[in-house]
Design a protein around this ligand. Structure first.
Ligand SMILES: [Mg+2]
Length: 241
């Protein structure tokens, strides 16, 4: 889309919208999510180890719960799901404080987000399968919440493919000028992140710090970086026209 002239006669400048996944892309919470999900499932549905063997990478929390319920042979209505959600959020807020395997920020994340934050034409948001409340708790714990001004979450839609347009609409409501889907970049660590970008007409960029290696991510055809430790190179890649 051609930028329309601004009142001053010069061309309007559109923003670049960067939508980040959380787990495996920005950080790992040291299995705090797994522990909180497991405890909640046992409390609400009476089934122990309900998430063992349930794939989680790239999935929304809603789908992960659906898969666990199917695996356990449990029928749950909306009220049960709501109870699960609320209790999970409570337990997650405690679990995030405990140590766990590989808990921490992925390499270069803090520098990259600070660099992006200094660029007024760049707006950073989230597209994550996490429910909204635990997403905020997680990012606040690692002091990253302040960098994100809008987002779409696992409670907005059951599948990740539906989340990008929701996040872009919220970017607009937050004041971002979005010209075209190609000005939206979705950054994640799984083929499902790449897919949700493509479905929305956005540009996918993948990072190999999660559960998929560089070769597996390159097979999707997306631009791939090993990690974010060279923030200058990563910013150039993210801002490619
Ligand atoms: Mg991820």
């Amino acid at each position: 889309m051609t930028p329309s002239p601004s009142p001053s006669g010069s061309s309007a400048v559109y923003d670049k919208i960067l939508l980040f996944d959380i787990d495996g892309t920005l950080l790992l919470s040291g299995r705090a999510g797994y522990r909180a999900l497991t405890r909640t499932f046992e409390e609400v549905f009476g089934v122990a180890r309900g998430f063992d063997g349930v794939p989680v990478a790239g999935k929304t929390d809603e789908i992960i719960l659906t898969d666990a319920l199917a695996r356990a042979g449990v029928e749950a209505d909306q009220a049960h799901r709501r109870r699960f959600h609320d209790r999970y959020c409570e337990l997650f807020a405690g679990e995030i404080h405990f140590p766990g395997p590989r808990k921490g920020l992925m390499p270069g994340v803090a520098d990259l987000l600070a660099t992006l934050d200094d660029r007024p034409e760049i707006r950073c948001g989230l597209v994550t399968g996490n429910f909204a409340r635990p997403a905020q708790i997680k990012l606040e714990y690692f002091d990253l919440w302040r960098y994100f001004h809008f987002g779409a979450y696992g409670d907005d839609a059951p599948t990740r493919d539906d989340l990008v347009p929701i996040a872009v609409e919220r970017a607009r409501l937050a004041g971002a000028e979005v010209a075209a889907p190609a000005d939206v970049v979705v950054i994640g660590d799984t083929p499902l992140d790449v897919q949700c970008a493509r479905v929305a007409g956005a540009r996918p960029v993948a990072v190999a710090t999660g559960s998929y290696d560089q070769a597996a991510l390159e097979a999707t055809g997306a631009a791939v970086v090993a990690n974010f430790s060279n923030s200058e190179a990563v910013v150039c890649l993210l801002l490619e026209p």
